[in-house]
Ligand binder design. Structure first.
Ligand code: C2E
Ligand code: MG
Ligand code: MG
Ligand code: MG
Length: 279
């Protein structure tokens, strides 16, 4: 009986894997069109000053508007992009979309910084900084309107190259954020060596901050760390009022999360920003 159960188990497992594999294969072949036809778009989640509820920036999150499969989250395609060796191309694509959006907002009289997510692999692109500078010049957008969120889970990369690149970005005025702080192995080394402007503490510490004393202590320590280093600190993944109130009481200045808003398409974001300006 046990053997049979296990057999059924494996059988199901294989079927799922094959389906998953087929999905990935078909997505991979569609990646070209996705980039060429700009099917991958940016959705935007506001970042707020907790005391005033003012929107102080937005994070751009990639969504694939697939012609048949609907809207796909990064979970379905970021890995694919990494495996197909197109990380640098994708990074530039996202940055271009964000800077074009900044330019469009500027025309509408909206000034709101956009944060984009980059993989550390993007920083191995030695012409990236020039690319960014040229786009900023072309659209007459100032560099401090662009923020780069870097997740530093990849510890095998050459930190010297990454440091030099980040220093260059910092020099031209781009804002640097460490994303998912607390989950990577080398967060502190990064922060000690680099000109980091923003620390975003990972959602994993916020989700149970009311019940998990250790997580609460880590958040408290990160708030003090960011104050001591003159960084802004953002709490990711605020989902309810209790979390918000506790974070405010602890002295956390900025936050993001479903409690305020999920990531929304550009039209909605622009409308919302227009309304706040008029209000
Ligand atoms: P991230 O940069 O840490 O982004 C935060 C993720 O948490 C987003 O998921 C966001 O939708 C989600 N989130 C925000 N608030 C809440 C909340 O209150 N509760 C919960 N449960 N989730 C919340 P998303 O959009 O699926 O993105 C996942 C990750 O994919 C991002 O994590 C980022 O690392 C990566 N990613 C997204 N867009 C890009 C991109 O354009 N380029 C690269 N390289 N990576 C990207
Ligand atoms: Mg991010
Ligand atoms: Mg994050
Ligand atoms: Mg993340």
């Amino acid at each position: 009986y046990k053997a049979k159960q296990m057999h059924i188990g494996w059988h199901l497992f294989d079927e799922l894997n094959i389906q998953d594999y087929k999905n990935r294969l078909s997505l991979r072949s569609e990646l070209n069109d996705a980039l060429l036809e700009r099917q991958i778009k940016l959705h935007y989640q506001p970042k707020l000053a907790l005391q005033t509820s003012d929107i102080v920036g937005v994070e751009a999150l990639a969504r694939w508007h697939h012609p048949q499969k609907g809207i796909l989250s990064p979970f379905h395609f970021i890995e694919l992009i990494e495996q197909s060796g197109r990380v640098q191309e994708f990074g530039r694509y996202i940055i271009r979309l964000a800077i074009e959006q900044l330019a469009q907002w500027k025309e509408l009289g909206i000034t709101m910084p956009i944060a984009v997510n980059l993989s550390p692999y993007n920083l191995l692109d030695l012409e990236l900084v020039d690319f960014i500078q040229q786009l900023l010049n072309k659209y007459d957008v100032s560099a401090n309107q662009l923020e780069i969120e870097l997740t530093e889970n990849e510890t095998s990369l050459n930190i010297d190259i990454i440091s030099v690149q980040l220093e260059k970005l910092s020099k031209i005025g781009v804002i640097l954020a460490i994303d998912d702080f607390g989950t990577g192995m080398s967060s502190l080394a990064y922060i000690a060596n680099l000109n980091v402007n923003v620390i975003k503490i990972d959602r994993a510490f916020i989700i149970d901050i009311l019940t998990n004393r250790k997580h609460k202590a880590i958040v408290a320590a990160t708030i003090r760390l960011s104050q001591a280093l003159n960084c802004k600190m953002v709490a990711e993944g605020i989902e309810d009022e209790e979390q918000l109130l506790l974070l405010m009481k602890m002295g956390c200045e900025f936050g993001q999360g479903y409690y305020f808003s999920k990531p929304i398409p550009i039209q909605e974001m622009t409308e919302q920003l227009n309304n706040t300006i008029q209000a």
